[in-house]
Design a protein around this ligand. Structure first.
Ligand code: RB5
Length: 148
C-alpha cells in the first residue's frame, strides 16, 4: 500500500519520524514535501496529498501542519477526499471504520511524535465497515457533487 505524506515547515521532524515508522511497517511512501524548515504555505501540501489520493497515485494520505487543521481543510477541498484531524487513536480508528476517511491529519504543535505514530497505526489498521456507513458516506459525497 502506498501512502502520500505532506507537511508544512512546522512538521518536518514529525513527518520524518512518521515516514520512517511507516517504512519500517512495510508501507511505500510518496513524500510530497516540504523538506525545508523555511516557512511555507500549508495549502500547497494539503492539495498535493489530496490530489495524490484522489488520482489513485497513493492509496491513502497523511497531512501534517501545526494544528492539522489548515492542511486538512486544503486536502478536503480536493474532490473525493475525506480528510480528518485526529489527536488520539480512537477518532482515527473510527474515521476509517465509519467515515472511510482517506486523508489523516494531525498537528505537530498539538501532539508528540509517539502519539502521531499511534494515531497513524490505529488509522491504518482499521477497515471501513460499509453497510449503513456506506450510505452515510455516499450522502457526504453527494453534497460535494451538488452544484452551487
Ligand atoms: C503555521 O504557522 C500554521 O498556521 C500551520 O502550520 C497550521 O497550524 C495551520 O492550520
Amino acid at each position: 500500500m502506498k501512502i502520500a505524506i505532506g507537511n508544512d515547515h512546522t512538521a518536518l521532524e514529525m513527518k520524518r519520524a512518521v515516514k520512517e515508522h511507516l517504512e519500517q511497517r512495510g508501507y511505500e511512501i510518496l513524500d510530497l514535501g516540504t523538506d525545508s524548515s523555511e516557512s511555507c504555505d500549508y495549502p500547497v501540501y494539503g492539495e498535493k496529498v489530496g490530489k495524490a489520493v484522489a488520482s489513485g497515485q497513493a492509496d491513502l494520505g497523511i497531512a501534517i501542519c501545526g494544528t492539522g487543521v489548515g492542511i486538512s481543510l486544503a486536502a478536503g477541498k480536493v474532490k473525493g477526499i475525506r480528510a480528518c484531524v485526529c489527536s488520539e487513536p480512537y477518532t482515527a480508528r473510527l474515521s476509517r471504520m465509519h467515515n472511510d476517511s482517506n486523508v489523516l491529519a494531525f498537528g505537530a504543535r498539538v501532539i508528540g511524535i509517539e502519539m502521531a505514530k499511534m494515531i497513524t497505526d490505529a488509522w491504518l489498521d482499521a477497515t471501513f465497515e460499509g453497510g449503513r456507513h456506506q450510505r452515510r458516506v455516499d450522502m457526504i459525497m453527494a453534497i460535494e457533487n451538488q452544484a452551487g
